[in-house]
Design a protein around this ligand. Sequence first.
Ligand SMILES: NC(=O)C1=CN([C@@H]2O[C@H](COP(=O)(O)OP(=O)(O)OC[C@H]3O[C@@H](n4cnc5c(N)ncnc54)[C@H](OP(=O)(O)O)[C@@H]3O)[C@@H](O)[C@H]2O)C=CC1
Ligand SMILES: O=C(O)[C@@H]1CCC=N1
Length: 283
Amino acid sequence: MGMETKIRKWINGRLLKLQGIGISQSAIWTSSRRLIGLAKPNTLIASVHPADKLSLQSFQSLGVNTVVKNAPVVQQSDVVFVSVKPQVVPSVLSEIQPLSSGKLFLSVAMGITLSTIESSLSPQARVIRVMPNLPAVMCSGCSVFVRGVNATDRDAEITQKLLQSVGTCEPVDESQLDVVTALSGSGPAYVFVMIEALADGAVHMGLPRDLAYRLASQTVLGAGHMVRDSGMHPGQLKDEVTSPAGSTAAALRQLELSGFRAAVSGAVEQATLRCRQISGKTT
Ligand SMILES: NC(=O)C1=CN([C@@H]2O[C@H](COP(=O)(O)OP(=O)(O)OC[C@H]3O[C@@H](n4cnc5c(N)ncnc54)[C@H](OP(=O)(O)O)[C@@H]3O)[C@@H](O)[C@H]2O)C=CC1
Ligand SMILES: O=C(O)[C@@H]1CCC=N1
């Protein structure tokens, strides 16, 4: 029996009702690739606003049950994804609090702390905070998780298996979660802007746009792959591309003059501060 089959059997035996609340568009795709790979579609249920026709269609095409209220999702579930916006989390938690005893809640909400979630649910609820990212859609995500006070080893194992089926997943301390959110949670957006800017530059210099996007995206993929797997420092890899008096050196000088490094690291700082603001923390 292969590892994947083992994992499916393991999860199917225990997660017969793996379900979510307010699952967003990104989570729909996630469901199609990972959750449905690990549990039967008809054991999943999602709360979806009736006006959200796209989500409804996506869930239905996958064979996932949909309802318009959150209560039935929690009532019928062992594991509940809380994937509404942080500003909506308090009202959703107070709505489902009476139904939350004995359930495992996986919250992906940015900046909403374990203590806030735990104090808003039954003392018998188990909570894990997760920070995934959008490339989970393509099974190339990276996620981290933090266990709440009641979460068991088995809960952590379930969380890790779910998230690892669409990328990487590792435990972190809650004190690191705002920075992780700013780095890998939001990071795909920074990279998308970079890809768009690379392609815009190439189009400006005469390349067709479709070719420019293909080359820009593959360049980012390849460079990421090298940093992850070569064991070399990114600065060393940069030096390998940069021929004396060549074109890369001219480009890098322009990036430094434009404050590229400061802009990117400042983006991570600002995103972290926004997470802290949502958490109500000052540091
Ligand atoms: N987008 C990303 O890449 C990532 C997002 N996250 C986290 O995921 C969460 C969702 O983000 P995102 O998908 O971008 O946001 P969206 O606004 O796209 O999704 C939130 C969903 O919740 C629904 N919703 C709103 N109110 C309620 C309610 N009371 N009960 C049930 N469902 C409700 C919304 O429906 P409607 O639109 O009809 O109001 C919408 O479908 C956030 O907490 C965010 O921090 C974490 C990591 C990455
Ligand atoms: O922008 C946000 O608030 C969320 C958190 C991480 C990615 N998106």
